[in-house]
Design a binder for this molecule. Structure first.
Ligand SMILES: O=C(O)c1ccccc1NCC(=O)[C@H](O)[C@H](O)COP(=O)(O)O
Length: 248
């Protein structure tokens, strides 16, 4: 099992916390915090893995990944538009353990050849899907993270996100044989995170909400308390699973 998958599956709090400089609308997300400060907060909050957005739409750079890799031992996911094998080698050199492959953007033949190529380099393919059709015939699904993206990268993730997509696609994702079903993007509050984990996701990927909230330790503690049913009513009222789909 890869270090990325192992860390996520073993975590008490299986949230991949993300370092992202700007949101989909170009707004600054770091708000004066340094990358080391953000990382320290994520580690304190119990993040088993960290995602680093190097895609330029979100203000990312390769140097950001190199910098993060030099400061943490957590397995890292590189979030970028990977379409070629040489980008996989670069991801490895920069310190990534996992690499994003976006099923909706890649021709099927490219996706199907990049998955084994990533695995050969020791990288975990983190495959993001938005439809059931994108899951058809995925090779080596048991060695991949399969993530449902609640937003649409084709519109640069400027949509609000459809959390119901995660709920609808989870059975098909699990049917691929993956050990690691993840819900990604648009997870806007601890209540939503708790419901998605209770629903059966092995992990979540959260960026904007953690960065905007500014206190990942409290965010994560609230998720844990909600799952144990020990959260005070003022912090998070019970939300039925079906209501996740309607969450703002
Ligand atoms: O989804 C992609 O194809 C993608 C490619 C390159 C950079 C970023 C990309 N997606 C954005 C994200 O992955 C989100 O930052 C991540 O899922 C967290 O979402 P949020 O919690 O809504 O910030």
């Amino acid at each position: 099992m890869s270090s990325f998958v192992e860390a996520l599956l073993a975590a008490e709090h299986p949230v991949i916390m993300e370092v992202k400089c700007r949101d989909a609308h170009g707004a600054d997300l770091l708000a004066g915090r340094t990358v080391p400060a953000v990382l320290a907060a994520y580690e304190q909050a119990g993040a088993p893995c960290v995602s680093v957005v190097t895609g330029r739409w979100f203000g990312g750079t390769r140097e950001l990944l190199r910098d993060v890799a030099s400061r943490t031992r957590r397995p890292l996911l590189q979030k970028d538009f990977v379409t070629r094998r040489d980008q996989l080698r670069t991801a490895r050199e920069l310190g990534a353990s996992a690499v994003l492959l976006t099923a909706g953007l890649l021709p099927r033949t490219a996706l199907h050849s990049l998955v084994p190529a990533a695995l050969l380099l020791g990288l975990t393919p983190f495959i993001e899907v938005t439809t059931e059709a994108e899951l058809d015939g995925l090779p080596h699904a048991d060695e991949c993270v399969l993530a449902v993206n609640n937003k649409d990268i084709k519109t640069r993730e400027r949509d609000g996100g459809d959390l119901g997509r995660s709920l609808r696609l989870l059975p098909a994702v699990l049917a691929t044989g993956t050990r690691c079903a993840v819900s990604a993007s648009g997870i806007d509050r601890p209540e939503t995170a708790a419901r998605l984990l209770d629903h059966g996701f092995a992990g979540l990927l959260v960026g904007t909400s953690l960065l905007r909230h500014g206190d990942p330790v409290t965010w994560a503690r609230t998720v844990r308390a909600l799952r144990r049913g020990t959260v005070p009513a003022t912090v998070g009222a019970p939300v039925p699973v079906g209501a996740v789909a309607a969450a703002p």
